[in-house]
Design a protein around this ligand. Structure first.
Ligand code: GTQ
Ligand code: FE2
Length: 342
């Protein structure tokens, strides 16, 4: 690099001239390729957020807001609504009798039910009753509306891959002409037809989203019980299950991997890092999450984010269950995903 001296006025003139032509010399770029982003570890205590959700119910009606959501925004990403570079997370609250009108969009969405009984989401013509701990799928471009038939507020965590759609300039949105979409599939169809390790012979998966639209907590808990009986916990993750698209065995979304893990009481895990950004929601139990340089005391319904390539580890004071979603599916599809234990 002996010739690239700024003292050389010919060189200086060259750089200035090409810059005016929207040309930039690659050798002038400072900082090469390295893993990680500006995004920082962050934690939201449910005890602190919940009162603000209740307050939001007084401030805006579902009619005004359409979706009454408080976005969990990374402190480094103010104004974007995003929890990390590649993912959206929001806590949505719906009161008894309210309806969140039908719409669809190119970003894929997931719901993880946090609190309350009696709410449902209707997805692609099927009504899906939601209970705490359930994971519900909204595939890209599927019509969806929500409602609450119960007697108490219902809260869930929304996880979306909106930054992907924005990044590619492919973020489309369409409202449905009526408040609710027609329900033309029987209740429970997606799970009873596609969730039994049997797939209708004529079904052709597009390979993207799972045909199973709800993964009830009941089943997840049973599977975790069996896994915990069957063997030893993983040194970093404890007993961790990933939700699968039964038609492919792969992730439920083209972009997002989704998991539930159980850490036995007293578990103190090894450090782990991956290129995946991950959002965690505590389903039950208490413990400590160390993410990068930060240490978060975690309890039921808290949410926290582990940015890419930041080491993290968990300790459980009581039996701890963590729901999580990450951009791992997208990274695997692109050949970017890497991970490291210990
Ligand atoms: O419930 O349809 O938190 O479309 C963000 C975008 C929720 C929803 C969010 C959405 C929804
Ligand atoms: Fe939506």
């Amino acid at each position: 690099m002996a010739v690239v001296s700024r003292a050389n006025s010919d060189y200086g003139r060259f750089v200035d001239e090409v810059k005016d032509m929207s040309l930039f010399p690659l050798w002038e770029r400072v900082g090469g390729l390295k893993p990680g982003t500006q995004c920082v570890p962050a934690h939201w205590s449910y005890a602190e957020v919940r009162p603000q959700l209740i307050r939001a119910c007084e401030m805006v009606t579902k009619k005004e807001a359409s979706r009454r959501v408080l976005c969990l925004e990374n402190p480094t990403l103010r104004g974007t609504t995003f929890i990390c570079d590649s993912l959206f997370a929001g806590l949505q609250i719906i009161l008894p009798g309210e309806v969140a009108p039908s719409h669809r969009h190119t970003p894929s969405a997931l719901r993880f039910i946090v609190e309350g009984e009696g709410a449902y989401t209707a997805v692609a013509g099927e009504k899906l009753p939601m209970r705490p701990g359930d994971f519900v799928v909204t595939p890209a471009w599927a019509w969806h509306d929500h409602g609450n038939h119960g007697t108490a507020p219902v809260v869930w965590l929304d996880g979306l891959d909106t930054p992907f759609a924005r990044f590619f300039g492919a973020a489309f949105y369409e409202p449905y002409p009526e408040e609710k979409q027609p329900l033309d599939r029987p209740e429970g169809e997606s799970i009873s037809v596609y969730g039994m390790s049997l797939i209708p012979d004529e079904f052709h998966s597009d390979g993207h989203s799972t045909p199973v639209l709800i993964y009830p907590y009941e089943r997840t808990r049973t599977a975790l019980d069996s896994l915990a009986r069957a063997g030893k916990p993983h040194p970093a993750h404890g007993f961790k299950l990933r939700y699968a698209n039964p038609a492919t065995g792969k992730h439920p979304f083209p972009t997002m991997a989704v998991s539930m893990q159980r850490l036995p009481p007293g578990f103190s895990g090894q450090t782990y890092r991956s290129t995946g950004s991950a959002v965690f929601a505590v389903h039950r139990g208490e413990g400590v999450a160390r993410v990068g340089e930060q240490e978060f005391g975690i309890g039921p319904h808290d949410v926290f984010v582990a940015p890419p390539w930041q080491p993290y580890c968990f300790a459980a004071t009581s039996e701890l269950e963590l729901f999580s979603y990450s951009d791992r599916a997208g990274q695997e599809a692109l050949g970017y995903f890497r991970e490291q234990v210990g």
